[in-house]
Design a protein around this ligand. Structure first.
Ligand code: PMT
Length: 416
């Protein structure tokens, strides 16, 4: 599978591992960064070696692991000079305290002080330490200087207590690192995204739905956040974790609820992207009690609101992107949807092609605009999301140049 859009390709990352219980996760983190195309060099603090061996990280990174200031006399200058980004995971209260106060008494803290690029920290500690106002002051100081923080999460901590302090998931740390390298062409753009299926109830326990997992829509949400947008995600039922950094999240069940949640926020929105698979039909009547099994059942259906079309008819409509899930390569049907629904773009999705469509991590899409068509090979949904946003960004630029309405909308938003 072609995967040309690795955000971390050719990036040099200097990873600091400090003495926290989550240190063992650094091996997975290093592997995932390498999968994304990065080259990783690890610096371990003395305390971290109580939790994990340098050999594990040397094998995972394929590079020498550094630790002492005097092991290699100029490493505190050379390592940061060659790095595009520094990440500290796990980041203990100790390293955060040192960094916030300019203390440089070991290799990692010295490197942090001499480094000129973006730094990502993934705090990890007991909740009592995390809550401590002195620690919080240190954290605020770092984030005010542009240090990017990811996590910590709430949950069971190493000591057995419940609370905030678990290191963020490795996938969230990767997401923050990717975001540090992403262009910000959607900075402050308000985007409503839909994802997942809807459920149209027959009775309190049975419903009509489809196989959408939400993966495509959530991948677009993450890409929008990385590129600086303010994202409102309206999601049907999905097992996926909410992307970090959303402006708001609406959990809905039915197509009507999806429509209502979207219309509440539509006035302040620049772009709408509908990757959800809302049902087209809903039972005319929802029974109050579970339908008994007695002979034949016949159900009458009514149409659900066609949300995409409704938004397409609005006078000052936002940039509107729909999807077309088709069985087979029916580009003609997708093109018809572009016109009928007055969308700016339709993402054609052959949901019967292998590895494409519902509930898989990959997709094969064609991006259709009025005078443009871009067929892409099978790729990860993360990469498909980036390609869709590139096309939206291009449309945005063109509309800003030519469309008075879009210019007015943009100016109005800017003034507020
Ligand atoms: O969630 P995943 O498992 O990752 O799967 C991804 C996906 C296959 C669901 C996604 O890539 C996709 O193709 N989404 C569109 C599914 C769909 O409903 O297609 P459609 O051709 O029936 O609808 C056309 C457009 O109208 C879509 O943008 C849809 O969101 C929208 N629609 C549909 C029904 C409805 N009542 N109102 C709508 O606005």
């Amino acid at each position: 599978m072609k995967n040309k859009r690795k955000v971390l390709k050719n990036k040099n990352i200097l990873l600091g591992v400090t003495g926290g219980a989550a240190a063992y996760k650094a091996v997975d983190l290093v592997r995932r960064m390498k999968d994304e195309g990065a080259s990783v060099v690890v610096i371990m603090t003395a305390a971290s070696k109580n939790f994990i061996t340098p050999l594990s990280l040397e094998i995972a990174s394929g590079n020498r692991v550094y630790s002492g200031v005097f092991d290699d006399p100029m490493s505190h200058i050379n390592l940061p000079r060659n790095a595009d980004l520094m990440a500290i995971a796990p980041a203990t209260a100790n390293i955060i305290g040192k960094f916030a106060n300019g203390i440089a008494d070991d290799l990692l803290s010295t490197c942090l002080l001499s480094f000129k690029g973006k730094v990502v920290i993934a705090p990890s500690m007991n909740w009592r330490m995390y809550d401590n106002p002195i620690f919080q002051e240190n954290l605020r100081r770092l984030t005010a200087h542009g240090v990017m923080q990811t996590g910590p999460d709430r949950g069971t901590l190493a000591c057995g207590e419940e609370g905030i302090g678990r290191m963020a998931d490795v996938s969230e740390i990767i997401e923050t690192i990717k975001s540090a390298f992403s262009k910000k062409d959607f900075f402050k753009k308000r985007i409503i995204l839909t994802a997942g299926p809807t459920r149209e109830y027959l009775d309190p326990v049975r419903f009509l739905s489809n196989r959408s997992s939400g993966k495509m829509g959530y991948a677009i949400a993450r890409a929008c956040i990385r590129r600086g947008a303010e994202v409102i995600l309206v999601s049907g039922p999905s097992c996926l974790k909410q992307p970090q950094g959303l402006k708001s999240f609406f959990r809905v069940e039915t197509a009507q609820e999806m429509r209502d949640a979207m219309f509440k926020r539509l006035a302040e929105t620049d772009i709408v992207i509908m990757a959800a698979a809302p049902a087209d039909f809903s039972p005319e009547k929802k029974e109050k009690a579970k339908i008994e099994k007695s002979g034949k059942l016949s159900v009458n259906f009514k149409n659900t609101p066609d949300i995409l079309s409704e938004i397409g008819q609005l006078k000052n409509k936002p940039i509107l992107v729909g999807f077309a899930a088709e069985t087979g390569r029916r580009l003609d049907r997708a093109k018809k949807k572009l016109i009928q629904k007055n969308a700016d773009m339709i993402v054609f999705n052959n949901v019967t092609a292998v590895g494409s469509g519902f509930d898989v991590d990959t997709n094969e899409i064609t991006i259709i605009r009025k005078n443009k068509e871009l067929s892409l090979p099978l790729m990860t949904k993360d990469n498909a999301a980036e390609a869709i946003l590139d096309a939206v960004s291009d449309t945005m630029k063109k509309q800003a140049k030519s469309g008075p309405i879009q210019r007015l909308r943009a100016n109005h938003r800017r003034r507020r």
